[in-house]
Write a protein that binds this ligand. Structure first.
Ligand code: SF4
Length: 389
């Protein structure tokens, strides 16, 4: 029977990759042999720990997301054990979404039917591009042909809900390169597509090349033209933009990610995983924490004490309200004025007088009690978000 407590989302971090891409700043580890059994055992124990916690016990699950790293480095039987464990400790909502990120390598795609049978009902394929020169630049190991094979396997394995990730804005990428990537992506009729603008993150090899003057990002004008091309092409194909980087057919929006953007609770397990619990008490509006990042130390801590959290943060009113605005404004639906007022005791404009200027400047609009960015606003979204963080 489902509980009447608010359902939440579960994130499971698999921190291993076969090699590290030069633009990646995720918590990723490349090891000679992936300790799949030991790491899986640690995840199961961590789940047990939260099943006994007052804040999570008895609550329904609306989504599970296996993210990484590369979750497809783990076998379907390990994934199945985790899904079974989650089901045994948290009641599943009837329409639970269970997603898994996969690389399009040959070995990974051979496991797709197994993931489907294990209970995964949405698969997200890290395509990035269908062109060899762009894959090479991004440090990806798969070939365009492997990607095509993997996408055929997605359908053969019975996934009607799947996502395809593309990266655009690589130096040297032209608008016609992007057009070709979009056309080929659409030929597989994905119900969901994420298109990420390449960002140069500090601490990555790309950042070092950038600092040394060996990597020059595309100019802003080309990036804007690319974003417009993506939105226009995907919209014509029936994939509507619903978040800065995400496009979907009706009914195929990512439930898991929407929960993040709408300020819902999520529990993250695994090395470096982040969690959020909305709880109002003693001037606190919510709690955030994250786990030990290093997989070896994470497993050791689970084994020894079960205590893997290394940092906690209490979100006060200012922080919680800012996050609610910033995350909600990433979506095309924007932020509900009523819900903001209910959560934080004032309406958004009382909290942030600068919203008046954004409305007047045509970067934001208010419709049907929701505040959202306009098309022009989305093009300069990052400079708007700094008003709230
Ligand atoms: S495959 Fe994904 S997670 Fe792994 S290194 Fe590359 S970008 Fe990072």
């Amino acid at each position: 029977m489902l509980s009447d407590k608010e359902p939440f989302s579960l994130y499971i971090h698999i921190p291993y990759c076969v090699s590290k891409c030069p633009y990646c700043d995720f918590n990723v580890h490349v090891v000679p042999k992936i300790p799949e059994k030991e790491y899986s055992r640690a995840l199961l124990n961590e789940l047990d720990f939260y099943a006994r916690s007052e804040d999570w016990w008895g609550r329904g699950l609306k989504s599970i997301y296996f993210g990484g790293g590369t979750p497809s480095t783990f076998s379907p039987s390990s994934v199945e054990k985790m899904i079974e464990k989650a089901a045994s400790v948290f009641p599943f909502e009837e329409d639970i979404e269970i997603s898994l990120e996969a690389n399009p390598g040959r070995e990974d795609s051979a496991n797709f039917p197994g993931y489907r049978s294990s209970g995964v009902n949405r698969i997200s394929i890290g395509v990035q591009s269908f062109q060899s020169h762009l894959l090479k630049f991004l440090g990806r190991l798969h070939s365009p042909d492997e990607t095509r094979g993997a996408l055929r396997m997605v359908t053969q394995a019975g996934f009607s809900n799947f996502n395809l990730d593309l990266i655009y804005g690589s130096p040297g990428q032209s608008l016609s390169d992007l057009r070709a990537d979009l056309a080929e992506a659409l030929s597989f009729q994905p119900p969901h597509l994420s298109a990420y603008n390449l960002t140069i993150e500090e601490g990555t090899p790309f950042h070092r090349q950038y600092q040394a003057g060996r990597l020059r990002p595309l100019d802003e004008e080309t990036e804007v033209a690319m974003t417009e091309l993506i939105e226009e092409t995907l919209s014509k194909a029936g994939l509507e933009r619903y978040e800065i980087s995400n496009y979907a057919r009706a009914g195929f929006h990512s439930r898991h990610n929407l929960n993040y953007w709408q300020g819902g609770d999520y529990l993250g397990i695994g090395a470096g995983a982040h969690s959020f619990l909305r709880k109002q008490e003693n001037g606190v509006f919510g709690y955030r924490w994250h786990n030990e990042r290093h997989p070896g130390r994470y497993m050791e801590k689970v084994r020894r004490t079960g205590e893997v959290v290394v940092e906690r943060e209490d979100a006060d009113l200012t922080k919680a309200a800012g996050e609610f605005m910033f995350l909600g404004l990433r979506t095309m639906r924007g932020v509900s004025v009523d819900e903001f007022s209910l959560r934080f005791g004032k309406n958004p404009q009382e909290f942030y007088p600068q919203i008046g200027d954004l409305l007047e400047g045509g970067l934001m609009e208010e419709k049907a009690e929701r505040l959202r960015l306009t098309r022009r606003g989305f093009l300069v979204a990052n400079s708007i978000f700094v008003n709230f963080v």
